[in-house]
Design a protein around this ligand. Structure first.
Ligand SMILES: Nc1ncnc2c1ncn2[C@@H]1O[C@H](COP(=O)(O)OP(=O)(O)OP(=O)(O)O)[C@@H](O)[C@H]1O
Ligand SMILES: [Zn+2]
Length: 898
């Protein structure tokens, strides 16, 4: 078996670690507290769960983490397995949430802590305890096997080698033996009881007793026979006497019966005669009634139209009546529906007349409304005609204003514009002329002032000889010219201004005229419209009136028709009443017929009564005749019997009867006595016979039981042998184991210690360990030094491991050999021996050895090196596989030299 891979999450100091393991020697090294032991514990925990822990589940979950996961992959006997465990914290409790084991090929699947654990224990053939005793040498447990008592040691080793099974079988055989013993002693007790019972019964001489009892019985039987013969005789004579008496009694009884029967018959005959007479009376009465009924029938027949009261005649008459009724009902149905139809027609016609009338009056009303509308329109028309006349007058007036005007209607506006333009021109000329005049006047004034001062008006020089004075006159002339021109212009302005006023007036008249023309056109249109409206309304009103008249005529006609149909309906109703009366007549006829029929039936019934009564009377008469004959017979029998009775014979019989009875009584008593004695004897004989049977049965049972006891004794012997055999087998196996173990222990110890002081180790049958010194002195292993003890222990364990690996058939389950700090107590020389031991163990077929150690030499011997480190800040451990173990070893050596 071999671990292939371990993966941890939050397991003790490991946060997340995945480590592959290979075969050969793997050395795990690292500083103290880095997590080496925890790694091995994890493998152990993966296999066995909580059973692998010293503490609780809480110890394995990393402090402060909520869950923890461990996975282990391992190979055994060519098959790969994977174990998966998950733990989760719930409050202050840790629980396993997953625990599964599965093989790669999925042939094996286990779920649940117990199933996984028991599967692993079966596979490795060791439970957790056996595992630490054999494969897993835990840190500090070096002395465990040395300190154990021999018994504990024996238990451990027996358990590992499965010798416990033999002890179990031996115990089972012992239990079986004890069971057989119990049954055997019980059966033996029973057997001796039976022997005693048989002896007791044989002591009584049962056969002799039986013989004497049987001869006594024969004598008694003879006596009984004799008595019985006598008794039979007496009984015969008693029976004879009794018979005579009985016959006498019988005759007396018969006589009495006959006499009372005769009395009864006579009485019955009398009663029946009376009944016959009563019946005769009733016949006479019924005949009277028939006569009365016939008279009634006669009278009723007269009322019905039939010849006689025969049933056929009555039925015929009834059929006639039925036919008649059928006819009447047919006409009645027809006439009724006719009446209904006529009434409905009349109603419909009346309705139609009403409708026509109301439509006529509606039309008349609408004609009235139209008249009113036409009147209103005519008024509006008159108003419009008046305003048209007014407009015409005004227009004539306005046109007259143009008669003496300089322009015609339509040219007023252009005229006014030309006048206004002329006026503007004149006014401009006035302004120009006025300005020229002002200039000329001021020049005249300036020249006059300069002249007054004696200066030239032209250049301001003294004028004496100035040529410029001549222009003054010219200027004065110019002023006069301009004044005249201005006055002309003013005159022209005033005339033009008058013209402009006149033109404005003409323009306003012209505007009014065009307004009037527009209005007149509108009014003329309105007049035409109204004229049309008036005409239309009046036409429509006339039409409506005409229609109303037509409707009224129609209504009149309908009303007349309705009246006619109502009268016809009334006639039909009268016919219906007549027909109903006819039906009543038919019913009455039928009732009369019923009366005739019932009378006829009553007569028939009465006649039947008469017949029946007569018959009854005849029957009674016949019966009485029979009775009378019967009576005669009985009377003659009575007379015979009276003669037969013989009183003397009866007396003799009485005497003989009493004698016989007396004798019988006495002999019966004697016989009863004898019979009692006989019964007693018979039961005594039976008792003896029973006892003889019992004796026989007892003998049979005793023989059977003796045979069973023999069988049980043989069985007991066998179980004893079996028990002894298992004990011997175990002792033998243990002896062989102890021998092998002792040999291997010596070999191993020699290999790892090789000290001159010790000669050999002895392991005796009781698993007592003794070390012998060279001088032959024995030494308790506890007296060895610490290092020696460690070596001794390792040797013992390796020896056990070897024994296990070699001593079991089939696939040796040899789990990896796990050594945790095996070198603590060892000096360097012994460490190298340990390395040799490790080598040797591989030679014995251990595929995988895991060692935790700091020792350089062991590190050097490793096939694989795993370094465990703990990060001082995070406190989390990590693992790392060295690439090349030999190099690592050199490195380690170099570090050690520093
Ligand atoms: N539940 C836990 N959570 C976190 N850390 C833990 C837990 N249990 C133990 N540890 C830490 O793991 C370390 C113990 O590891 P381990 O015993 O495997 O070390 P080691 O390498 O075998 O040491 P040594 O060389 O001394 O034997 C300790 O430092 C301890 O603090
Ligand atoms: Zn001048």
């Amino acid at each position: 078996m071999m671990f292939d891979r371990i993966r941890l999450r939050n397991f003790k100091p490991y946060a997340d670690t995945d480590l592959r393991l290979s075969d050969g020697v793997t050395v795990i090294h690292g500083l103290n507290g880095s997590g080496k032991s925890s790694l091995l514990e994890a493998c152990f925990f993966a296999l066995y769960g909580s059973k692998a822990l010293d503490g609780t589940l809480a110890d394995v979950v990393t402090n402060g983490a909520e869950e923890c996961e461990v996975e282990l992959w391992f190979t055994h006997d060519g098959r790969s397995y994977h174990v998966h465990r998950e733990l989760k914290r719930y409050g202050d409790q840790i629980q396993t949430t997953t625990c599964t084991l599965a093989s790669d090929d999925e042939e094996v699947v286990r779920d649940g802590a117990r199933e996984v654990r028991s599967f692993v224990a079966d596979l490795l053939r060791m439970d957790a305890e056996a595992f630490v005793n054999c494969a897993y040498v835990r840190q500090g447990e070096v002395n465990k096997l040395i300190n154990a008592t021999p018994t504990e040691r024996q238990d451990m080793i027996d358990d590992l080698l499965q010798l416990g099974k033999l002890e179990e079988y031996r115990e089972r055989a012992g239990d079986a033996r004890l069971g057989v013993e119990d049954v055997l002693s019980e059966r033996r007790g029973e057997l001796s009881g039976l022997d005693e019972q048989v002896a007791q019964k044989e002591e009584k001489d049962l056969h002799a007793t039986l013989n004497s009892l049987r001869s006594e019985l024969t004598q008694l039987d003879e006596k009984v026979e004799n008595y019985e013969a006598q008794q039979r005789k007496a009984e015969t004579s008693r029976d004879n006497a009794q018979e005579i008496l009985d016959t006498y009694e019988e005759r007396r009884d018969e006589l009495e019966t006959l006499e009372s029967e005769i009395d009864d018959l006579e009485a019955t005959i009398r009663e029946d005669e009376a009944e016959r007479e009563r019946l005769g009376d009733r016949v006479a009465e019924t005949r009277d009634r028939i006569e009365e009924l016939e008279a009634t029938l006669e009278s009723r027949l007269d009322a019905v139209e039939v010849a006689d009261a025969a049933p056929e005649t009555l039925t015929e008459r009834r059929d006639e009546l039925d036919d008649r009724e059928g006819e009447i009902r047919d006409s009645l149905r027809e006439t009724r529906s006719q009446a209904d139809a006529l009434a409905t027609q009349s109603e419909n016609l009346a309705e139609k007349a009403d409708e026509a009338e109301s439509r006529a009056s509606e039309k008349r009303e609408r004609a009235g409304n139209l008249d009113d509308d036409a009147e209103e329109a005519a008024e509006t028309l008159a108003e419009r005609e008046a305003s048209l006349a007014e407009l015409k007058t005004e227009r004539a007036e306005k046109v007259a204003a143009f008669e003496d005007a300089p322009v015609d209607v339509g040219d007023a506006e252009s005229y006014r514009e030309s006048v206004s333009a002329d006026l503007d021109e004149v006014q401009a000329a006035i302004n120009e002329t006025t300005a020229d005049l002002r200039t000329a006047e001021s020049r005249v004034e300036e020249a006059e002032r300069l002249l007054d001062e004696g200066k030239c008006p032209e250049c301001g020089q003294p004028v004496d000889d100035s040529p410029h004075v001549d222009t003054l006159d010219e200027d004065r002339e110019r002023v006069a010219e301009l004044e005249a021109e201005l006055s002309d212009l003013r005159e022209r302005e005033s005339s033009l201004s008058d013209d402009l006023d006149r033109a404005s007036d003409l323009v306003s008249i012209e505007n009014r005229l065009s307004q009037i023309d527009d209005t007149r056109e509108l009014v003329e249109d309105g007049i035409e419209e109204k004229e049309n409206e008036v005409a239309e309304k009046r036409d429509r009103a006339a039409e409506l009136r005409e229609e109303a008249t037509t409707l009224e005529t129609e209504a009149e006609e309908k009303r007349e028709a309705a009246e006619t149909q109502a009268e016809r309906a009334e006639d039909a109703r009268e016919d219906v009443a007549d027909l109903e009366a006819d039906l009543d007549d038919v019913d009455a006829a039928r009732e009369r017929l019923d009366a005739v029929e019932s009378t006829r039936e009553a007569i028939t019934d009465a006649e039947d009564d008469v017949d029946r009564l007569a018959e009854k009377r005849a029957v009674i008469a016949d019966r009485n005749d029979e009775r009378r004959e019967f009576l005669a017979t009985k009377r003659s029998r009575r007379d015979d019997l009276r003669e037969q009775v013989d009183d003397e014979e009866v007396e003799a019989a009485r005497e003989s009867l009493s004698k016989a009875e007396d004798y019988i009584e006495r002999v019966t008593d004697a016989l009863a006595d004898l019979r009692d004695r006989r019964d007693d004897l018979t039961s005594r004989i039976g008792g003896v016979e029973n006892e003889l049977d019992e004796l026989e049965a007892l003998r049979d049972r005793r023989d059977e039981l003796a045979a069973r006891v023999d069988e049980l004794a043989a069985l007991h012997e066998e179980t004893e042998e079996l028990e002894a055999m298992y004990g011997d087998l175990r002792a033998e196996l243990r002896r062989a184991n102890v021998e092998s173990l002792e040999r291997m222990l010596n070999e191993t110890f020699e290999l790892v210690y090789g000290n001159d002081a010790y000669s050999h180790i002895e392991l005796d049958g009781e698993y007592e360990l003794t070390v012998y010194q060279k001088d032959g002195e024995p030494l308790d292993p506890e007296q060895l030094s610490g290092g020696e003890r460690a070596l001794f222990n390792l040797s013992l364990r390796c020896a056990i491991y070897r024994l296990l690996a070699e001593g079991i058939e089939g696939a040796a389950p040899t789990p990896p050999l796990i050594l945790d700090e095996p070198t603590v107590f060892l000096d360097s020389g012994h460490v190298s021996r340990l390395a040799d031991l490790v080598d040797e163990m591989r030679g014995f077929g251990v595929r995988q050895i895991l060692i935790v150690s700091h020792d350089d030499e062991l590190v050097g011997a490793a096939d694989e090196l795993v370094r465990v480190e703990k990060n001082p800040t995070s406190n989390r451990s990590t693992v790392e596989r060295a690439a090349d173990p030999s190099l690592e070893a050199v490195e380690a050596e170099l570090n050690a030299d520093d």
